[in-house]
Design a protein around this ligand. Structure first.
Ligand code: ASP
Length: 421
């Protein structure tokens, strides 16, 4: 048998059916079950095995997909992650599938809705992305949008919300839809969310006037709906569930009913000019995030001396320990010095809700020494991206002002200011 073959294996107490997966152990045989899970079986325990169907790599004919008049054209840009990938049975690795023919072969329904173009940017695990990658993705989006009606960016889920925030800032004047789509399970697993997320993204683009950066993922654990989240106000909140992404301090943009393909839109979209101006990140800008927790030490703040900015992931309404203990007093003086050198911005590790440094003494002390971010409802990762982008494009005075302004929908002024209102 060879990798990719559908096989049946019998041991003393069970019979298993699945795809034979490559693996490095001499002693074990690995099978991918239809549930998507892999099981390893010790070869010595196998009583019988047989090949039910040999693996055949389908050859896709190029140029088979003609332009369909009257249908919108969408470019799928692949940057990596699980979503437009499948296991390569030759190597056992997950590989990107990115030509239009291969994408259509994997997800045939998308072609019924739109003309599909595709472009490969890379095959990154999203934790490896850097600011220069955001610039590159944005540049390709701009180029594509000169010709097509919308762009879908297939992306690893781990840092997808950082990228959606970054693109929202870079793509100034965006007047067409950009949707980031990820998947928690790869497309060759029975429980994969890749096809549904992608199909819903195409449906939403074709059937709405959405003209911003958004994210399209499962709405709940079942396969009924996808949700369209604002790219700036969402976050991955679960490590494995397919509905891992949730809206933060905002309303969702819309939903797509996967069964009927009906699109629900919950708000209007501003008319914008057609000229995208790229306002890129400076790849060398250094911003840190400091997570506040009990028993924090002042020396941790020292490494930020050479940074350009710092986000504090404060507790509650936006606090860090600066009072009542010698160590905390040291933190206070280090923080005071940092605030003189660079923007230090408070956010809340609660994720939901707003910073309000007016409520407790500590907050007022922090504002006195120059900690910024009061009333911000931007979650820590969004604050991080916004600060780095501001530092890349504006001078010190402007950075401090613009942090508290709503530039692209990142700062929700409608959200109530605190539990005390
Ligand atoms: N680690 C992967 C990534 O973010 C997970 C995924 O593809 O969703 O790229």
């Amino acid at each position: 048998m060879k990798p990719g073959d559908l096989i049946e294996v019998e041991t003393k107490d069970k019979q298993l059916k699945g795809v034979f997966m490559p693996n490095s152990s001499e002693k074990k045989l690995v099978i991918k079950l239809t549930s998507g899970y892999n099981v390893g079986i010790l070869k010595k325990n196998i009583k019988k095995s047989k090949v039910l169907k040999e693996y055949e790599e389908k050859k896709v004919k190029k140029g088979e997909h003609k332009h369909q008049k009257g249908k919108k054209t969408i470019t799928i840009l692949h940057t990596g992650g699980t979503v437009a990938s499948k296991v390569d049975y030759e190597t056992g690795g997950v590989v990107a599938k990115f030509t239009p023919e291969e994408l259509i072969e994997m997800f045939p329904e998308i072609e019924k809705v739109a003309n599909i173009k595709s472009r490969l940017i890379g095959n990154f695990m999203s934790e490896n992305l850097r600011f220069e990658d955001y610039n590159k993705i944005a540049k390709v989006i701009k180029e594509e949008l000169e010709e097509v009606d919308g762009v879908i960016v297939t992306h690893g889920t781990d840092t997808l919300h950082y990228t959606s925030a970054a693109l929202s800032f870079i793509l100034q004047g965006l007047s067409k839809p950009v949707l980031l789509v990820g998947a928690q399970r790869s497309s060759d697993r029975g429980s994969s969310d890749a096809a549904m997320n992608l199909i819903c993204a195409v449906e939403f683009m074709v059937n709405s006037k959405f003209n911003e950066v958004g994210v399209c993922m499962h709405r709940a654990m079942d396969d009924d709906f996808c949700v369209i989240l604002p790219g700036l106000k969402c976050r991955k909140l679960h490590s494995s569930r397919r509905d891992a992404f949730k809206v933060i301090n905002e309303d969702i943009v819309g939903e797509v009913d996967y069964r009927t393909k009906k699109v629900h839109i919950f708000r209007g979209f501003e008319n914008k000019s057609n000229d995208i101006v790229l306002r890129e990140f400076n790849p060398d800008v250094k911003v840190g995030i400091l997570k506040v927790r009990p028993n924090i030490f002042a020396e941790e703040l020292e490494i930020y001396d050479k940074f350009d900015g710092l986000v504090i992931e404060g507790t509650g309404l936006g606090h860090i320990s600066i009072l009542t203990h010698k160590e905390n007093e040291k933190i206070y003086s280090k923080l005071k010095k940092l605030c003189k050198k660079m923007p230090v911005v408070m956010s809340t590790q609660c994720i939901f809700g707003r910073v309000n440094m007016n409520v407790y003494n500590v907050g007022r002390e922090l504002m006195d020494i120059g900690v910024l971010g009061n009333y911000s409802d931007m979650h820590p990762e969004l604050t991080y991206i916004k600060l780095a982008w501001l530092l890349s494009n504006f001078d010190d005075k402007e950075v401090k002002e613009l942090l508290h302004e709503d530039l692209r929908g990142e700062f929700n002024k409608r959200l109530s200011t605190s539990h005390l209102d």
